[in-house]
Design a protein around this ligand. Sequence first.
Ligand code: ADP
Length: 367
Amino acid sequence: MSSGTSVGSRNGGARASAPKNEERLVDPKLSAEAGEAPAEQSLRPPTLEEFIGQRRVVENLEVALEAAQRRGEMLEHLLLSGMPGLGKTTLAQLIATESDAHLVTTSGPALERPTDLAGVLMNLRPKTVLFIDEIHRLRASVEEYLYSAMEDFLIDVVLDQGPDARSLRVPIARFTLVAATTREGLLTMPLRARFGLRERLDPYPPEELERIVLRSATILGVRIEPDAARLLSERARGTPRVVNRFLRRVRDQAQVSDADVIDLAIVERTLERLGVDGFGLEELDRRILRTIVAHEPRAVGLKTIAVSVGEEDDTIEEVYEPFLIRSGYVLKTPQGRRVSDKGLAALGEKPRPRSKSGGHAPGLFGD
Ligand code: ADP
């Protein structure tokens, strides 16, 4: 144990739902899902063993953790990428717990200047996992400041001001950086190269989401029938955060309906009320698709979509679009976004003849 504030160990440690060793430096306003955070924390698996799915990633991490522990070293820096809600934050917490380390949490947008990062790094205690969420949003000057810290555990501190200013290299505690990103492609090569471990989380198959929803139901103290759990899992776009959110809404519905058990009818009613269709698309997904269709035969840029649906560009690009593109509803072309035949089908429209540019050909009267 590194200190009284640490929890857990690889060989059967604490089973707390929230890591007691966590220090949050993130501005809660900057977190897109800030409102959901407390509910999510209670559903986070407290050990790697209880982390469902992503077997390849979990096995790689288990080997790396075990090897680092045997060498008496900290785990190498780890980059986790994948769509929102797939478990990156959860894994960062689990790595801290399993390494018996402190956890310090911050995010790219919260670190506005190099001095913000310097403040975090200088205060790191020995044996700390520093979790930086949304690392792709780090400014270039902050990112460059991180390099020597990651590589040599040294940072530059500027003493005095004006003509007397001089820079001093000071050592900091050795730490493991766990960084998460939904946009790995935006990371610079020098930053990527400094991560010894890189893992990508993929959307979960429905069977794994079903296990997650059954586990969450137990934690929330609700009973759910197997076919009801299956339907929730099939509509949750491969994402644990989404399936857990659905479960909480279904639980509300059961409560107001005085039902002891969540059955298929309750799930169907709730999904309909939430505007989730048979494809797992929600109202905003459909508005994105309709916006693109309305611009046919032209392809549509991100900004146009964002303005039309009243959301931030970043939110569209990082939260909604990955699923729409990955599942083949939207095609991203050099000219912009287009809706595929599958996307048209989701809107209840028929496939249309395509022009050479890949767009749907205009009709007789240039519609
Ligand atoms: P991310 O950081 O990738 O956006 P989180 O780690 O915050 O995602 O996970 C979102 C929610 O989904 C959390 O409540 C977490 O408990 C749950 N969750 C994610 N992955 C798993 C998993 N593999 N098993 C069980 N629950 C999971």
